[in-house]
Design a protein around this ligand. Structure first.
Ligand SMILES: [Zn+2]
Length: 531
């Protein structure tokens, strides 16, 4: 994800080089609907003005005393207690038996769990088909939240759909009803049997695909072996700019990682008024939702979010699996999952010509300024910052004296690691090889990596050298990063100055007379090449 809008500062450069765009709107991958969904949701959009979703969750074969639950978190590493948006939780139906003789109630157990309990002593052990109904009120803009109003609906499904804790692995279906006239409904999921319905192989897969409903613009293109759908809800946006930027970004990252891990991918953009709550982007398995104030900043966020299709969604730390929606889930790996994703967003932008090299240096210098202006860097490590992600919802936590950002330090560490690997291998290997090897061993191998240790193992393998010291100083430790030492590997110079008021300014420039090795490594970083 990209929460603080930092990368929105990125200024994209329009290039005169023309791309030949063939818009293949008609090519939609026909994904076969799965077998009959066992748990089925009906979501009515009949009250957009009231921002109210009416949900009916049909659960076949409910065991007496079975629990249903609302997630406490999703889409951000923050406890947001989605159950606080619910009202009128009831059990609506008995599928069989004598309705007069017994009934089932949803008894609240705690703020997010209900037990489906029956008063019928004879029903012990027998299974019933039940339906739980409730309303959900959400009216919050942005990719991390849910909104229903008269303009559109954007839905993170974990924020409106309950789950049965023991049955998250079963296939599910969601149908949208009472969709306002003229609206279309899109989500990167196989279609269900009815219009505006979708299926998924599990609850987890279902809630990993956000839904946009409304009168949005849409275009599509094929690139690198995959089909891309682009949904845009905006008052003013630049289609040519977005189209070209997405072609370059998807093309580069697909090539870097050896092809698409999906047949189809969907970008959902909210540009302009619907990003009032702050820009940002949220990654999902086969889609992303991005809010930004302008087309160019939206495209820059896309460079980060699209790389998450590998890093964090498929190259995944063990600590995030299986997801526990009921409470905080701690991981030390966000410096890599988020920070190094930002490294690759910057690499993608400069390597595709969307940024000049000066923009790349200036962005890296801005990251260094940010870290060096935070006194908390002297005692909070990148790993500790990752563990403390759950504090980010508290404004006070984000003060420079209290915390650093794993995005920020992780992005810097990505570049420093790349320089160190290129140095150790005489520019024959790079961080790109680390990403590809992690893709091969973990994503394609169906395994999760062991947080920082797992990254270190792959780095050591690629570099043919032990990087344990570097990791213990700068990843798990709080050693001051010797920027000059790292940057000089590529013939770069850092000018770091601190004003009397404590403001830190960093500038990076190319040294006037680099050695040929320094120039080759610098070109390697800027162009993604090795010897
Ligand atoms: Zn991210």
């Amino acid at each position: 994800m990209e929460h603080n809008g930092r990368s929105l500062l990125a200024v994209m450069q329009r290039s005169g080089r023309g791309f030949c765009h063939t818009l293949v709107l008609a090519l939609v991958f026909a994904l076969a609907p799965s077998a009959r969904a066992t748990i089925r949701y009906e979501v009515s959009l009949r009250q957009p003005r009231q921002h109210l979703f009416h949900v009916r969750m049909e659960i076949p074969g409910v065991k007496p005393g079975e629990d249903v639950a609302m997630p406490a978190w999703n889409a951000l590493y923050q406890i947001r207690d989605f159950a606080s948006h619910l009202s009128d939780v009831e059990v609506a139906r008995l599928s069989s038996g004598d309705a007069a003789a017994h009934f089932t109630v949803a008894r609240e157990l705690d703020k997010q769990d209900w037990s489906l309990e029956t008063n019928d002593p004879n029903s012990a052990g027998t299974q019933q088909d039940e339906a739980v109904t409730y309303s959900v009120e959400w009216n919050e803009a942005g990719p991390f939240s849910t909104q229903l109003d008269e303009h559109h609906a954007f839905i993170n499904l974990a924020e409106i759909l309950m789950y049965v804790p023991d049955r998250r692995g079963e296939s599910v279906e969601v149908d949208f009803d009472d969709v306002p006239s003229g609206w279309r409904v899109v989500a990167e999921l196989p279609p269900g049997a009815q219009a505006d319905s979708f299926t998924a192989t599990s609850y987890d897969a279902l809630v990993d695909a956000p839904v946009e409903a409304g009168k949005f613009d849409q275009f599509g293109f094929d690139n690198g072996g995959a089909h891309f759908r682009v949904v845009v809800d905006a008052r003013e946006w630049d289609k040519a700019l977005l189209d070209e930027a997405l072609h370059r970004i998807t093309g580069y990252e697909l090539k870097l990682m050896g092809g698409p891990p999906f047949p189809e991918y969907t970008f959902i953009f909210h540009i302009g008024p619907y990003s009032d709550a702050g820009g940002g982007g949220m990654e999902h398995m086969n889609s992303t939702a991005i809010a930004a104030t302008s087309t160019s900043s939206a495209a820059a966020v896309a460079a980060h979010e699209f790389f998450h299709a590998w890093n964090v969604k498929r190259i995944r730390p063990r600590s995030l699996e299986p997801a526990d929606f009921s409470k905080e889930q701690y991981t030390r790996a966000l410096w890599f999952a988020e920070g190094v994703t930002s490294t690759y967003a910057a690499y993608t932008l400069v390597r595709t010509g969307l940024w000049t090299r000066e923009q790349f240096y200036s962005d890296l210098a801005a990251q260094i300024s940010e870290l060096q202006s935070r006194p908390a860097r002297e005692w909070q490590s990148a790993e500790e910052s990752s563990l403390d992600a759950w504090f980010e919802k508290y404004d006070d936590y984000n003060r420079p004296s209290r915390s650093i950002s794993y995005y920020n330090k992780g992005q810097i560490l990505g570049v420093m690691l790349d320089l160190a690997i290129r140095d150790a291998t005489d520019n024959r290997k790079s961080l790109d090889d680390v990403m590809r090897r992690m893709n091969q061993e973990y994503a394609k191998g169906g395994r999760y990596y062991d947080d920082s240790r797992g990254v270190l193992d792959v780095v050591n393998e690629v570099a043919g050298k032990d990087f344990n010291d570097l990791f213990s100083r700068f990843v798990s430790g709080t050693g001051e990063i010797p920027y000059d030492q790292f940057l000089s590997i590529a013939g770069l110079q850092l000018n770091l100055s601190t004003s009397p008021s404590g403001d830190v300014t960093a500038m990076i420039r190319e040294a006037p007379h680099p050695t040929s090795r320094q120039r080759r490594i610098r070109d390697g970083i800027l162009h993604g090449t090795t010897e």
